[in-house]
Design a protein around this ligand. Structure first.
Ligand SMILES: [Zn+2]
Length: 178
């Protein structure tokens, strides 16, 4: 609805940013098919940086679709990381005690990501280089961000998350990734 309202008001594109930390997937909603302009979503920190600059400067934005030709989202059945993640929930959820993994600080989604990383790494991989979860279904290379706020990496320049991030990350997937 936000994008349609902007389009009807003459916008050529829409940037929506989150009012809390982390990224969520925007759903098309009932009127999504009526939106013909590009619409992107960004996290709170980036959005506030953009907003603050818009108050002071003329900001030029270019929308670039880096995805290869083809569908925007690919079949998760062919994403080894997702398959390992979901099977990993046999341990990271179902074998972990009946009430251990329902709190707002529970890490089960991150544990399943760990299984995915371990099952898909190669002999050349190391802990510093970025490894995203769900990169294939997102039409990205293995070092893309995927479906978490940051790709996994010990390099704090690539993944700056500390335990403090659980305050603003989504529950359970964002918190688990922290
Ligand atoms: Zn999961």
């Amino acid at each position: 609805m936000k994008s349609l309202n902007a389009q009807n008001a003459g916008a050529v594109a829409v940037i929506i940013y989150n009012n809390v930390g982390g990224i969520v997937n925007m759903a098309a909603g009932a009127v999504g098919a009526d939106v013909t302009i590009p619409s992107v979503f960004m996290g709170k920190l980036d959005g506030e940086l953009l907003r603050d600059n818009l108050l002071r400067w003329v900001v030029n934005a270019t929308f670039v679709n880096n995805s290869p030709p083809g569908p925007d989202y690919l079949d998760g059945d062919f994403d080894n990381g997702i398959i390992a993640h979901e099977y990993g929930h046999g341990i990271s959820t179902r074998l972990t005690g009946s009430n251990c993994l329902y709190g707002d600080e529970q890490a089960g989604e991150g544990w399943s990501d760990f299984f995915a990383l371990m099952m898909t790494n190669t002999i050349d991989d190391n802990g510093e280089e970025p490894h995203g979860i769900g990169t294939y279904v997102s039409a990205e290379q293995n070092d893309g961000r995927g479906i978490r706020s940051y790709p996994y990496s010990r390099d704090m320049d690539i993944n700056p998350m500390t335990y403090d991030y659980i305050i603003t990350e989504s529950v359970p997937h964002g918190v688990g990734s922290v």
